[in-house]
Design a binder for this molecule. Structure first.
Ligand code: PAF
Length: 315
């Protein structure tokens, strides 16, 4: 089975290393896995090809060889494509994905926010799309060196009901990820889960990027806790108006994630620290835009967007 992971960031490297290491250990029971990392930076792809990946878990470090390239033709048609780029790079990632498609390819997208949904709708030449939401925690220590900061469930599912053949393919993806140690379940309401994660990111990411603090610190000041709560409540109002079914109280979940990931630097703060474009448009930006369409005010999200954009402009 040929699997192409697009984007050797933290999540891409975590998946590539976990799948390679764990499936290699159970080679007898699993079909051969032909796994590739597709990058857009030639120097990094060369580095990964020569040096492989390091997966750090607790005080253990494991290494593995990896096929890495910038040339989709070197990979050829893939059975499964996993798009792990961040939201601002989705359009470029989809162009690469289109070059790997064959008749039964499945494309799995794993992004924060919901900015990629509009892009996926408008694309030609794309295979059936599986949306994913993951609670895996990972961060890059150096190129190709990923630290697995915490396990969490990954949910995958089609946006619309799918044919029997496609459902079988989806089950294949799910099995592959589980064999590779990434606990995964198939859900039939993936959009609800995307929104549920979106609301967590709405409350945490921008505020941590603005205040340059780990997630837990947001709960230590009345001001940041109030802003976090208001941003999530605005998002919740928008979600409910759109008919999204939120299983639990999004604010309670966000506060809980904040406590459980107290020491984490959010992905947006990491972007700001490295002077990279953030996912503000795909997270708070989507809440504010939907709010405008629905006539639901989102003043706290608007203010967070403005501040994060100012930070980006000052890079
Ligand atoms: O984007 C992130 O950093 C993560 O989704 C989360 C849950 C906020 C933890 O840091």
């Amino acid at each position: 089975m040929k699997v192409a992971i697009i984007g050797p960031g933290a999540l891409g490297c975590l998946l590539a290393a976990s799948l390679t290491i764990k499936l290699d250990q159970s080679r007898d029971v699993n079909p051969a896995l032909d796994l590739w990392l597709l990058d857009y930076k030639p120097e990094r792809a060369r580095y990964l090809k020569e040096n492989g990946l390091i997966l750090e878990e607790g005080n253990q470090k494991k290494t593995c060889r990896i096929n890495a390239t910038v040339d989709p033709q070197e990979i050829g048609p893939a059975d499964i494509i996993i798009l792990c780029v961040k939201s601002p790079q989705v359009a470029a990632g989809l162009q690469l994905a289109a070059k790997l498609v064959q008749e039964d390819t499945l494309l799995v997208t794993l992004q924060n926010g919901i900015g990629h949904l509009a892009l996926l709708k408008n694309r030609q030449k794309l295979p059936p799309i599986v949306l994913g939401v993951t609670a895996q925690g990972a961060n890059m220590v150096a190129p190709g060196h990923v630290c697995h900061a915490g396990d969490g469930l990954t949910r995958i599912g089609f946006l619309k009901s799918a044919s029997f053949t496609r459902s079988l393919l989806l089950a294949k993806v799910c099995n592959l990820l589980n064999y590779g140690g990434i606990e995964t379940v198939i859900v039939d309401n993936i959009l609800d889960y995307l929104w549920s994660k979106l609301l967590i990111n709405t409350g945490i990411n921008a505020l941590t990027a603005i205040h340059r603090c780990p997630n837990g610190r947001l709960l230590e000041s009345a001001d940041t806790k109030e802003k976090l709560s208001a941003a999530v409540r605005e998002g919740e109002a928008v979600a409910r108006a759109l008919g999204i079914e939120l299983a639990d109280d999004p604010l309670a979940i966000t506060l809980d994630v904040c406590r459980k990931t107290a020491q984490n630097l959010s992905s947006m703060l990491q972007d700001v620290n490295r002077k990279r474009p953030t996912e503000i448009d795909a997270i708070n930006g989507e809440i504010a835009a939907a709010g405008r369409r629905l006539g639901i005010p989102t003043p706290v999200n608007d203010a967070l967007i403005k501040k994060v954009k100012e930070i980006e402009q000052a890079y």
